[in-house]
Design a protein around this ligand. Structure first.
Ligand SMILES: Nc1ncnc2c1ncn2[C@@H]1O[C@H](COP(=O)(O)OP(=O)(O)O)[C@@H](O)[C@H]1O
Ligand SMILES: [Mg+2]
Length: 240
């Protein structure tokens, strides 16, 4: 066994719209190793979100096999997928998806409440992550009292607090100005270095694409290119 976090073999996905089958992904083979910082690039409609949703256990493939952290999840039930999602995966979204009536602290705490983590440990972990993303002073503020960049930092803390093996981000900087986007990217890079958590982003932001260690380009539901930037990975050549 390799230490792949993600492995897809011949994965296809089509959506059914009435009697019409809409093909979204065709025959994807992809392996992502532990600690990678990968960008999923490609034009609108190329299948980026569909691929993230499959990897994130939010949807099931039409054909092919899917492995997550060494586990074959292809035939897992929706309940089982929800468990796997809760314990192994963090999500970051374009629109932040924070709960508006909860404070920053409570938003970050929420996945730990769902996971049954005790109060003392919950508080320690939430404070640690709010501090890590630079938002300790805003702990008691609600999302509407925070800037876009601050909201995305809360979302990053929320994604990390459950200690996932994988963080998936769908267009995480699309709603941010370019300077804030660069700061968010710096933060994600630092978290990637410090924790070795694997990151996979869907993006058409050239700044993210150019700074990813690995660039996977989708076109019409197929992988059109898959390159590693050896300058960014310190010249380490991964076997693939
Ligand atoms: N829920 C859905 N129902 C029907 N077709 C969909 C659905 N979601 C995505 N598609 C189609 O699948 C293809 C890939 O979409 P998507 O994964 O959203 O691409 P991207 O994220 O790269 O913009 C597109 O043709 C899109 O119209
Ligand atoms: Mg999309």
């Amino acid at each position: 066994m390799t230490d792949s976090v993600i492995r897809l073999q011949g994965v296809r996905k089509s959506y059914r719209l009435g009697k019409v089958e809409v093909p979204a992904l065709g025959g994807i083979d992809l392996e992502i190793e532990s600690g990678e910082f990968g960008a999923l690039a490609g034009p609108s409609g190329s299948g980026k979100t569909t691929l993230l949703n499959l990897i994130g256990c939010l949807d099931k493939p039409t054909a092919g096999r899917l492995f997550l952290d060494g586990l074959d999840i292809t035939d897992s039930s929706l309940d089982k997928l929800a468990d796997i999602r809760g314990s192994k995966i963090g999500f970051i979204f374009q629109t932040f998806n924070l709960i508006p009536v909860l404070s920053a602290f409570e938003n970050v705490e929420y996945p730990l409440l769902l996971g049954g983590v005790g109060r003392k440990e919950r508080h320690e972990r939430v404070n640690e992550w709010l501090d890590n993303v630079g938002l300790a002073p805003q702990a008691n503020q609600r999302p509407d009292q925070l800037s876009g960049g601050q909201r995305q930092r809360v979302a990053i803390a929320r994604a990390m607090v459950s200690r996932p093996v994988l963080v998936l981000a769908d267009e995480p900087t699309a709603n941010l100005d370019s300077e804030t986007a660069a700061q968010i990217l710096d933060l994600l890079h630092r978290i990637n270095r410090e924790t070795s958590v694997t990151f996979l982003f869907a993006t058409h932001d050239p700044a993210i694409i150019s700074r990813a260690h690995r660039r996977i380009r989708l076109r019409d539901g197929h992988i059109a290119a898959d390159e590693r930037n050896h300058q960014l990975t310190g010249g380490v050549v991964h076997a693939s």
